[in-house]
Design a protein around this ligand. Structure first.
Ligand SMILES: [Zn+2]
Length: 122
């Protein structure tokens, strides 16, 4: 059965990628810090230091729901990617099980899908 061969191939591929995983983990933590900073900048109340005009006028700062949603999604997607790293399933497509190209992971370290499945979902 091709399943057995495929599993060993996957394991081999996985070993080849393990040296890259720590690099990607560092990248994920970097992105997570940035995403959390973005989230906090959107959710913290206006004060003299961050929004002097709004604080002076007493007007609430208009909140962009789109930005807020994107920031929240970014944080949770990156956290989920770090969880997958911890569980040892990072770097495989959650849809088809194929390994995600390293080039793609470097660009989108939080991605859950390979490029093929990503395109298929759009
Ligand atoms: Zn896939």
């Amino acid at each position: 059965m091709s399943g057995i061969r495929s599993t060993s191939w996957l394991l081999e591929e996985y070993r080849r990628h393990t040296t890259q995983l720590e690099e990607l983990r560092a990248l994920l933590h970097e992105r997570l810090a940035a995403a959390r900073a973005e989230w906090e900048s959107l959710t913290e109340p206006a004060d003299d230091e961050h929004a002097p005009e709004a604080a002076a006028s007493g007007e609430p700062v208009p909140l962009s729901l789109g930005r807020l949603r994107r920031a929240r999604t970014a944080v949770s997607e990156i956290e989920a990617a770090i969880d997958r790293l911890d569980f040892g399933v990072y770097g495989t497509c959650l849809r088809c099980g194929a390994f995600i190209a390293l080039q793609r992971l470097r660009r989108y370290p939080h991605t859950r899908h390979c490029a093929v499945c990503h395109d298929a979902e759009r």
